[in-house]
Design a protein around this ligand. Structure first.
Ligand code: ADP
Ligand code: MG
Length: 228
């Protein structure tokens, strides 16, 4: 069992990505910082540009409250982002327990996708795949398959979404690494199978490239009886 130390049903981004990394899922690794100085130190170590995000078990939609700053290119940017994030959290999420701010490398531009899992069906957990970002909510262009996924499930669900044309490369845009996405879906399926205490999870967005893909945000919610 990988998830054994959770003290809350909502894992933060740092905990989620740790679990995902164990399953071979490529992630941008967040480093927790408790002060401006720590954040600058972390950013210098990993190299600019970086992204900073609020870390709080009560805040699952971080950018909604002003808790995400992307494209930070200098110590001064990091210092300002730290202040702005803390201020935004105070104003927009009063009472939330703030563990700090995380610093991670800014991933390059690519196609934003989403992979999720829910247990709403009485027949067990389902994995969802589709276009990411805000488009996913509007277009509902997603495919579902039951866990455990087969190789054929993974191939089919990617090809089933209308956005598949974008994945193949559209109007001069390069194609994305579809083989990598198929393997990624199988890794997610294995993670769900081996950790039945996961109630819900999503990677939103996963940024896909001509070669490979990276999970830049992750969310896991545990079953109510899975933590102490
Ligand atoms: P939330 O979904 O909780 O609001 P995210 O971590 O998804 O917060 O960040 C919001 C947006 O910022 C993402 O959809 C993505 O476009 C961008 N983003 C987040 N982290 C990175 C990163 N490491 N590299 C590049 N872009 C990022
Ligand atoms: Mg997100």
């Amino acid at each position: 069992r990988i998830i054994k130390t959770a003290s809350s049903p909502v894992l933060d981004e740092i905990q989620c990505k740790k679990v995902m990394k164990e399953y071979g899922i490529n992630v941008t690794k967040p480093v927790l910082a408790g002060s401006k100085e720590d954040a600058i130190d972390a950013a210098r170590r990993m190299g600019y540009p970086v992204v900073m995000k609020i870390v709080s078990p009560q805040i699952t939609h971080k950018s909604d409250i002003g808790g995400v700053k992307v494209g930070l290119k200098s110590d001064a940017d990091v210092k300002k982002a730290y202040k702005d994030i803390m201020k935004a959290a105070e104003e927009n999420a009063p009472g939330a327990v703030i563990d700090g701010v995380s610093v991670q490398k800014m991933a390059g531009k690519g196609l934003e996708l989403v992979i999720g899992m829910s247990k709403e069906s009485q027949f067990g957990p389902m994995i969802m795949f589709g276009l990411g970002g805000t488009l996913v909510e509007i277009l509902k262009d997603v495919a579902f398959r039951f866990v455990p996924l087969t190789g054929q499930d993974a191939r089919e669900m990617i090809r089933q979404v209308k956005a598949y044309r974008l994945l193949e490369g559209y109007r001069g845009q390069p194609p994305v690494d579809i083989k990598h996405l198929e393997e990624l879906l199988l890794k997610v399926s294995r993670m769900i199978e081996e950790n039945p205490e996961i109630k819900e999870m999503d990677i939103n967005p996963l940024i896909a490239y001509e070669k490979g893909a990276v999970a830049v945000d992750a969310r896991i919610i545990l079953e109510p009886d899975a933590f102490k």
